[in-house]
Design a protein around this ligand. Sequence first.
Ligand code: ADP
Ligand code: MG
Length: 488
Amino acid sequence: MIHNMSNLVRGWEVVVGLEVHAQISTRSKLFGRSPAEFGAEPNTHVCFYDAAMPGMLPVLNGEAIDKTIRTGLGIKGTINKFSRFDRKNYFYPDLPAGYQISQLFFPIVSGGTIVINQQGCGLKTIGIERIHIEQDAGKSIHDITPDCSYIDLNRAGVPLMEIVSKPDMRSSYEAMQYVKKLRMILRYVDSCDCNMEKGSMRIDANVSIRKPGEPFGNRVEIKNINSIKFLGQALDYEVERQIHVIEDGATVIQETRLFDSDRCETRSMRTKEDAADYRYHQDPDLKPVILTDERIEAIRNTMPELPDDRRLRFIEEYGLSEVDSTILTEERFTADCFESAVSSSKFGKQKAAKMIANWIIGELFALLNREGRTLETMGFPIEYIAELVDLILDKTISGKIAKTVFAEVTVSGKSPAAIVKELGLVQIQDEATIESAIDDVISRNNSQVEQYRAGKVQLFGFFVGQVMKSLHGKGNPEMVNEILRRKL
Ligand code: ADP
Ligand code: MG
């Protein structure tokens, strides 16, 4: 193993492993029929099964299985043809059955990798231990009145994938990169919307420190982190705390802590339980999940191109830079938009792709940011970007006029061609017209002409400006330059 010395914190190496809970985007819950949707009135999405009424039996949601298989393929893991559900017993008021159904002994996916960018440069492969399926619990609400707590069972039984990494990350930066990449993959394969504000993705971060080359230290688990920024802050705080503990001669206790984002610190919650404390055993109400090759292959055939592959293809096929290609492939929809724009350009990918990429990343993203719009809600088709680029490439308009046209597109939603026509913005390419404008400028500026001819060549820009002004900015810049140079 190679140690990246720059990652050390005052001589200590940081070790991070993440357990990410991702809500599988299914319509109904894992074993009950109530909707899995977020945001309903409390306790309106609860069936008898979710409330653990006596005699209710679980019925496995096949869509949850299929989407977890997609995720497993997305991280290049092994899909296990045999997996099984176990009961994890513990008491809590928001867990009416007294146990959570999870997969401890036989998870549905084993192994896998995620490639992340390292700080500075280079790529690093982070190992994935497993993905298992489990139910979410309900929600306890303690802050409505001081003297009692409330329970909302809407989330009880919602399907989750728990994606467990190996302890392969060596900094808070790498941990954040890992979550970003994982989120990208889950969105590509459409197994989770990864909306962290709504709780469809939550992170438990395990962190320990050691001197390079020594065995792993005791780890602390920071529970339920709900943003990538908080993940970074929680890890940074925790690393500092552990360094102080050890340098003061004490040992780090293996425990579960919570991150308080207001005070930016972690607080002890409980000492860590062992698996034995949960009395895990196979759920007698559920048969093992047996997957056939046909089912796995059928899903493999519907898999989209994955973000890493797509990023590399964009570089190869469209000649984009690494940076542009990364930006455009971050979301599947953005990449789809780029590709449909390119394919609608009459100049094709060789000539138009780079310019289309520049327009999307530059002008279009700036507009969307400024106005809080998205590619989905921007109000005009992405093909208009290609149309605009085509108008520049076929010299109907200059790049400068194109910005005016674009601004008009974003306001009116009209097509670039229609706007160019309506506002009379077509570039002047008629040689005679340009020549006469130039003659006029030369005859009106005798003294500048003399100075120019005497060697003050920096006056050239002045002449270009004057000519463009008299052509209302619509002169073809190359022709103006060329004819002007000839005449002067
Ligand atoms: P548990 O089931 O008790 O949560 P696991 O062995 O499944 O424990 O590990 C959970 C997570 O903790 C994994 O993501 C793993 O990579 C990480 N982990 C294990 N040991 C360490 C360590 N010493 N430091 C940091 N992370 C660790
Ligand atoms: Mg765990």
